[in-house]
Design a protein around this ligand. Structure first.
Ligand code: HEC
Length: 146
């Protein structure tokens, strides 16, 4: 009888804890955040989401860089996803991914044309090495100031 009650208490606690975790993880302020709620597992899909996010950030940087500070970054490493081709999974890829992530956080912390363009230059270097297809799209993301 006692064991049964213990199991019941444990179950209720698990439900309460997981409900709270779900509540905090869906508490987002960015409009594109909704798409992250079901974080997909392929690198391609992750890229597509980052591209959407970066395009929105780009618009904000052009109109009002400080407004980016009100948004929360959404942390994940591309290398945590499933690649369409395992050939590019290497030590160098992890290094580039880590660098990207560091600059991604820096962009949210200090949004400016400079931090934005620095992030895009990492998209470009990585793509130069492993995936030249989207390079044209990436080059168009740079913000040019005169
Ligand atoms: C660490 C390396 C790396 C970084 C940094 C990186 N990418 Fe990628 N990206 C890849 C690889 C590798 C693929 C191919 C993934 C696959 O096919 O599994 C890819 C795929 C893509 C795709 C194609 C998605 C599709 O629909 O097929 C786009 C677009 C893209 N990246 C844009 C970007 C942009 C924009 C950035 C910067 C904000 C960026 N990438 C940063 C490595 C990177």
């Amino acid at each position: 009888m006692k064991k049964r009650i213990n199991t019941l208490v444990l179950m209720i606690m698990t439900i309460i804890i997981s409900a709270n975790v779900m509540k905090t993880s869906t508490n987002s302020s960015n409009s594109y955040m909704g798409s992250y709620n079901n974080l997909p597992d392929s690198i391609r899909k992750m890229m597509q989401l980052r591209v959407q996010e970066i395009k929105q950030i780009r618009r904000l940087i052009i109109s009002n860089p400080d407004s980016v500070k009100a948004l929360k970054p959404f942390p994940f490493y591309f290398s945590s996803g499933i690649p369409s081709d395992y050939e590019f999974i290497s030590q160098a890829f992890f290094v580039m991914d880590t660098l990207f992530y560091k600059e991604y956080l820096a962009l949210y912390k200090q949004p400016s044309v400079e931090t934005f363009n620095r992030l895009i230059s990492i998209c470009e270097s990585c793509h130069n090495t492993w995936c030249p297809g989207p390079l044209r799209l990436i080059k168009r993301l740079y913000i040019t100031t005169n």
